[in-house]
Design a binder for this molecule. Structure first.
Ligand SMILES: Nc1ncnc2c1ncn2[C@@H]1O[C@H](COP(=O)(O)OP(=O)(O)OP(=O)(O)O)[C@@H](O)[C@H]1O
Ligand SMILES: [Mg+2]
Length: 275
C-alpha cells in the first residue's frame, strides 16, 4: 500500500470505498487559486470545488471554453500542480507530494502546446524510457510501436524535431506519452493543431487505446468532438463542473452517431467528497 493511502475515514460514504478498486483517478473538491503580479497580487480562481471520479478504461471528455480551467485540472491530475484545496486519489490512494513521483510513472500528460527537445524524434521518445531504466532493445521496440500508432513511419525517427510541423509535433508528443505505456493518458486539447484527416486518425487511435483498457482523459472546446469520442463528457465553466449535457445534434445526416450514454458505473459528482 502506498504511504498516505486512503482509509475509510477519508471517505464519507462506503460506496466510494467499495468502488475505489475500479476507479483510476478521482478529484475531490479541487479548488485552485493562482496569485500573480506585484502587490497587491491578483487572485484568479481557476477551479472551484471540482469533484469527479473516472473509472478504468473509459474515454473521458473535459469540455469547456477558453479559461474554463481545463489545463489546470489536467495538470493537477498529472501531479504537476498542487491544488489550493481538495485532493486527488489514484486507485483509491491519496496523492500526497511523496507519492507524486510514482503517480507520474503511471499518468502521462500531453501538453496543450507540447515542447520537444531539440534532437531527433527517436531521442525525444527514448529519453523518458532511459530515465526509467528501460533496456535499449525494449526502448527501440517501444519507440517504433508508438510512432507507428500515431501514424509516423519508422523513417521519421531520425528526423530532427525542430523541423516538424505543428501537427507532427502533436503526434510525436502523443507517441512520446504512449511509449511510456501509462495507465492514464491525459491529453490537453489534442486536436487543436491538426487537420481533419489527423483528427480522424487520432480519434481512431484514442478509441484503440481505450479499448486496450487504458484510461484516456482529453480536453477540448469542441462539443461534437467531445461527444463523438468520449463515453462520458463533463463541462467546465469558470472553474465549475456541470453534469454531462445532451450531445449536440449531428450537423449533417452523414455525421457519425453520438457516443452511447454512459454506463451506470460511471460516477460524476459535483459535490466535494473531502473537506
Ligand atoms: N500559472 C497561472 N497563473 C495565473 N493564472 C493562471 C495560471 N494558470 C492558469 N491561470 C488562469 O486560470 C484560469 C484557467 O486557466 P486554464 O489554462 O486552466 O484554462 P483552459 O480551460 O485550459 O483554457 P484554454 O482553453 O484557453 O486552454 C484562466 O483565467 C487563467 O488565466
Ligand atoms: Mg488549456
Amino acid at each position: 500500500m502506498l504511504p498516505g493511502a486512503v482509509s475509510g475515514w477519508h471517505l464519507p460514504f462506503s460506496i466510494w470505498y467499495d468502488e475505489a478498486a475500479m476507479l483510476t483517478i478521482e478529484a475531490h473538491g479541487l479548488t485552485k487559486t493562482f496569485r500573480s503580479g506585484a502587490f497587491p497580487r491578483r487572485a484568479t480562481t481557476a477551479l472551484r470545488e471540482v469533484s469527479l471520479a473516472i473509472p478504468k478504461g473509459v474515454i473521458f471528455g473535459l469540455l469547456g471554453p477558453n479559461g474554463a480551467g481545463k489545463t489546470t485540472l489536467l495538470r493537477i491530475l498529472a501531479g504537476l500542480e498542487q491544488p489550493s484545496a481538495g485532493a486527488v486519489t489514484y486507485r483509491g490512494h491519496l496523492v500526497t507530494p511523496e507519492v507524486i513521483p510514482r503517480l507520474r510513472q503511471e499518468v502521462s500528460l500531453v501538453h496543450q502546446s507540447p515542447l520537444l527537445f531539440d534532437t531527433t524524434v527517436f531521442e525525444n521518445l527514448s529519453f523518458g524510457l532511459r530515465i526509467r531504466k528501460i533496456a535499449k532493445a525494449e526502448r527501440e521496440q517501444r519507440v517504433t510501436e508508438a510512432l507507428a500508432m500515431v501514424g509516423l513511419s519508422q523513417l521519421e525517427k531520425d528526423r530532427r524535431a525542430r523541423g516538424l510541423s505543428g501537427g507532427e509535433v502533436q503526434r510525436v508528443a502523443i507517441a512520446r506519452a504512449l511509449a511510456l505505456e501509462p495507465a492514464i493518458l491525459l491529453l490537453d486539447e489534442p486536436f487543436a493543431n491538426v487537420d481533419q484527416a489527423t483528427v480522424k486518425a487520432l480519434e481512431d487511435l484514442f478509441r484503440k487505446i481505450g479499448a486496450g483498457g487504458r484510461t484516456l482523459i482529453f480536453s477540448t472546446h469542441n462539443p461534437s468532438l467531445a461527444h463523438r469520442l468520449a463515453r462520458e463528457v463533463v463541462v467546465l465553466r469558470e472553474g465549475r463542473l456541470s453534469p454531462s449535457p445532451a450531445p449536440p445534434a449531428p450537423a449533417t445526416a452523414s455525421a457519425p452517431p453520438a457516443a452511447p450514454p454512459a454506463a451506470a458505473g460511471i460516477l460524476v459528482c459535483t459535490r466535494p467528497l473531502v473537506r
